[in-house]
Design a protein around this ligand. Structure first.
Ligand SMILES: [Zn+2]
Length: 319
């Protein structure tokens, strides 16, 4: 990517990272820049003009990415071996890795991501649905998204992926993004130690990978990073190449006081004022009111001038 595509903050960060590269630059960004294997892939794969790559899935890995007009098309970007191709012109294209973390470690490939430029080209709403898939609501949501021509992000729980593999596969095949929301969503276990957390995330990766042959790079910590992460969790997340996104708009559809569809519509209509709106909803059992609200939520966001995107490593952080 060229410097002119980067925002001021990113340029500053990148320069700072370059400067600090040898000694390691903070937890998020540069620990990942691979010193060795970088040369043979990074430069050429980052340029749209060079479709050449040394591995079999080169056509998927290189921009320009395929256009997705049709909901039945399965189109996504596959990260290159060194993650050098992570740039985005189309916010509705999911990004996946062709390797599990274990495979990357075994092959000596970089695991952590390099700094990437945030996607800020247009006002974008990211509909996100946590905790699925399930046997009913996730499919109903997929039906609505297909009808509306909207792509969304599903932060799935590994155990539910195993229980409802067809629905998980449908999310992928219909061009939505699958994100990792842990294996069993058990706060006590996840937040007892960073080792537990990492183990759970890798377990969920495996469940997804065994189904679609791809690994999500995006994660959402159960309960949210803001409520549960210490610095150690941020560090283990970045060191292992996971890109964590909380949200900045909440439908409050998991409020225990039995909210109804109109509440979610009102919450989202009131909160979505920013250029990059990451909207929290749920697709798991018991969320029928979310299904009911979704067509109107989409209409309201369109009226506010939002395009719809899926969460990727390039999605700006909500905080
Ligand atoms: Zn959750």
């Amino acid at each position: 990517m060229t410097v002119r595509h980067l925002g001021k903050k990113t340029i500053f960060l990148s320069l700072a990272c370059l400067w600090l590269l040898i000694g390691g630059c903070g937890s998020q960004v540069s620990s990942s820049v691979p010193p060795g294997p970088k040369q043979d892939t990074a430069v050429s794969e980052a340029k749209p003009a060079a479709p050449k790559a040394e591995n079999a899935s080169a056509s998927e890995a290189n921009p320009p990415a395929p256009k997705v007009e049709n909901a039945s098309d399965s189109a996504y970007i596959t990260a290159s071996d060194d993650f050098g191709n992570l740039a985005l012109n189309n916010p509705s294209l999911p990004v996946y890795d062709r390797y599990t973390l274990g495979e990357r470690r075994a092959k000596g490939l970089p695991v952590a991501l390099p700094a990437v430029a945030p996607y800020e080209k247009q006002k974008t709403a990211y509909l996100t649905f946590d905790d699925g898939p399930d046997e009913k609501n996730t499919d109903a949501i997929l039906d609505i998204l297909k009808q509306e021509g909207v792509k969304a992000t599903f932060y799935v729980v590994g155990r539910n992926v195993k229980a409802y593999p067809e629905t998980a596969k449908r999310i992928f095949e219909e061009g939505h993004a699958l994100g990792n929301h842990s294996y069993d969503h058990d706060y006590d276990r996840l937040y007892a130690s960073v080792d537990n957390y990492l183990e759970e995330m890798e377990e969920a990766d495996e469940a997804i990978y065994s189904l679609i042959g791809r690994r999500p790079l995006i994660t959402r910590a159960p309960g949210g990073r803001m409520s549960h992460f210490t610095e150690a969790y941020d560090a283990v997340t970045a060191e292992n190449g996971y890109v964590e996104h909380d949200w900045n708009v909440s439908s409050a559809d998991s409020d225990p006081n039995g909210p109804v569809a109109q509440d979610f519509i009102d919450n989202i209509a009131g909160q979505a004022t920013m250029d990059s709106a990451i909207i929290l909803m749920h697709s798991s059992a018991g969320h029928e009111e979310t299904v009911k609200a979704l067509p109107e939520i989409i209409r309201v966001l369109r009226e506010k001038g939002y395009a719809f995107g899926v969460v990727t490593p390039m999605t700006p952080q909500p905080w």
